[in-house]
Each structure stands twice: as C-alpha cells, then as structure tokens.
Design a protein around this ligand. Structure first.
Ligand SMILES: [Zn+2]
Length: 174
C-alpha cells in the first residue's frame, strides 16, 4: 500500500496514548489542519469529536481483530455512521480502473479518508497487517515478510511478556 496512506492511518490510531489529541473541537481541528486534511476556516463541533472518536475506536477494533481477537460489535455501527455522513465515492483511477475517494465535507470528509485508506488496503490484501500489540495494545503495521508479527517495536513487548511469564512461573514454583 501507499506508505503515505499507511502512515496517515497509523497517525490516526496513535492520537490516543496517555492523552487524547482529538477529544475537543479545538484539538481535533488542530490535528486535522496540521495534517492538511481540513481548511482552517471550517467549524468543528462536539458532534464531529464524537464521530472522530467512534471512527478511531472502529479502526482500532479492526486492528485488534487482525491480531486474532473477536471484532467489537460496535464497529459496524461506527463505520455505517461515518459512511452515512461522508459516503465513499467510486471514481476512475489515474491509471485506469476504479478507486474510492471520500465524499461529504468538513470533518466527516476528513475522517472518511481513513475509511478509504482502510478499504484500499483491504482490496490490496494488506489491511490485515494493521494490528494491535499483544503486549501493550499499541497499534502498528506489520512489515514482516509473512505478516506473522505479534508485538510492537522490534519484539520489545514480546521480550517483556516472556520475562513476566518467566517470573510468574518462578514465583509459582517457589
Ligand atoms: Zn507492545
């Protein structure tokens, strides 16, 4: 998939760590305008914030499902709502064939861009590489050859999980 699209999708997933960078209209606006996804003169409402957070939760739930866990049932509703507010449009691609683009306007249109990226990645057979780390829950893109990675950041979490299991076994034995 397009590396710029991949990175943009990860940026969206990473808006929440210890803090949330899109949980007020002001913060959501700053985040979207900073990425050039929204004009500075667009109004951003509390309802936009709710839509953004639901969309992010859906994106995250799909990463968790890609890691082998059941899909959060709320995901379908979140995707339906976003697609109702800013329906994806089918257009002719630059080199023939078809592609999907976000429709709508304002914040919903900006958020629909993530839906378009996820859809394209699905068609290209690469969406399953967006995963959630089994150690810390951090979302990442699995670039390994066979797509079998389970942990984020170069196995750091995997090592931590193994150490923890080792300590627990030792404690249980003692
Ligand atoms: Zn991790």
């Amino acid at each position: 998939m397009d590396p710029a699209d991949r990175d943009l999708f990860l940026q969206f997933l990473w808006t929440r760590d210890e803090t949330d960078s899109i949980d007020t209209p002001g913060k959501l606006k700053d985040w979207l305008t900073g990425l050039g996804m929204l004009d500075g003169d667009e109004a951003v409402t509390e309802d936009d914030v709710r839509l953004a957070r639901h969309s992010r939760a859906a994106a995250r739930a799909m990463c968790v499902a890609n890691s082998g866990y059941p899909l959060d049932p709320r995901t379908h509703l979140a995707i339906e709502e976003l697609n109702a507010r800013a329906p994806l449009k089918v257009t002719a691609g630059p080199a023939g064939g078809l592609r999907v683009e976000p429709g709508g306007s304002g914040v919903p249109r900006a958020l629909a861009r993530f839906l378009a990226i996820a859809y394209r990645a699905t068609v290209e057979g690469e969406f399953g590489r967006f995963k959630a780390c089994q150690g810390c829950g951090w979302a990442y893109y699995d670039e390994s050859k066979n797509g079998s990675k389970k942990w984020c950041a170069m196995g750091l979490c995997g090592t931590r999980a193994k150490m923890k299991a080792y300590r627990e076994r030792k404690k249980a034995g003692a």
